[in-house]
Design a protein around this ligand. Sequence first.
Ligand code: SAH
Ligand code: AVI
Length: 399
Amino acid sequence: MTSRTPAPGAPTPSPTGPTGRPAARGGRIPTPAEVAARLRPRPAGQAGGAAGAGAASARTGDASAQTGDAGVCVERHLTGPQRSAAMAQDARRGLTASPKELAPTWFYDATGSLLFEKITELPEYYLTRTERSILERHAGDLVSELASVAQGIDTLVELGAGTSPKSRLLLGALADTGRLRRFVPFDVDADALGRAATAARAAHPGVTVHAVVGDFRQHIGLLPVPAAPAGALVAFLGGTIGNLRPAARAELLTALRSRFGPGSALLLGTDLVKDPARLLAAYDDSAGVTAAFNRNLLTVLNRELGADFDLRAFAHVAVWDEANRWVEMRLRSLRQQTVRLAGIDLTVDFAEGEELRTEISAKFDQETVDKELANTGWRLARWWTDPAGDFALSLAIPG
Ligand code: SAH
Ligand code: AVI
């Protein structure tokens, strides 16, 4: 795949409009719908949108970069066909494995992202509000720590940004340094990214938003990097790193380390090990929102892979795995049934009671975070938690 993104250390060109001229700064803020329309994957052969190289590369299936008005630049590494191919590969591999599993990446279509937002407001789901409280309390410490370990941060990259509810705090703190030039929200869900890009641009009209639609399991090497000696703060919040298995976490952290060198820093949110009853309540709430989120994965496969999953025939299950220290979400087949995924020509049999794993959500302590960072070329510089020790934010620098 070719990419318009420069090599590590090389300056990323500033966004240009369809005419090749720099996009206007401080112009009209695009609406979320306009940004989302530019971000949304398009079917094969339908480049649409902006003229120029971005649209042309989309036609050939390459990464596509488009620039809109008002300093919002969009780069797509998951066009419609690429998204379908990645989902098909995950589904085929997972549904023919024993036990069966699906990748949590595909929870997040427009409905899944909205359901996730609802989860973050549930009384049982402490993660989001706890992480936000740590950020609120320590944003100042973060900026002063950055001033000593990574001067010259001019870019905020946010992995799995979603609608980026917490980046407001980070953007505000970094903007106060007077150096912030660019925000790079990165997510597999174009709709959520559209909302993140619009909100960031509205709050910080002087900051360029370079939104990237992609998969953090594959596309870290294509992220834009600042020109040395400036650096990026790469935020991976919400505990999303815990949705990856240990080997995939190591791969991701290693890829980040080779993409972002000295002068950059990593801000990592991790949920911490605690009473299993509290953990299970967070993943099996009384209002049933997490159950709907879990089943939404089947709706996504029905729509995008032509599957015929009957959502009523699968029950939501949450289990604490003490040995692996992760919560597992599963969907349990309520009867013997056969599911057809016509789009990928796959037929899958489920026995009554058979479970399909849809997500792991690993929980950590300081020692394991420290070790995982050290093993992938990072050094833990600061560790902040809430007073109850429920959630942690780690600041790491290249080791
Ligand atoms: N950072 C936000 C959202 C967390 S939800 C918060 O802390 O509240 C997890 C986010 O990661 C979703 O927006 C989802 O679309 C995104 N995501 C999941 N798997 C991904 C992948 N493989 N590549 C890129 N983004 C992914
Ligand atoms: C995004 N991620 C950190 C969430 C979590 O807690 O593992 C996803 C989620 N799954 C169920 N509820 C929320």
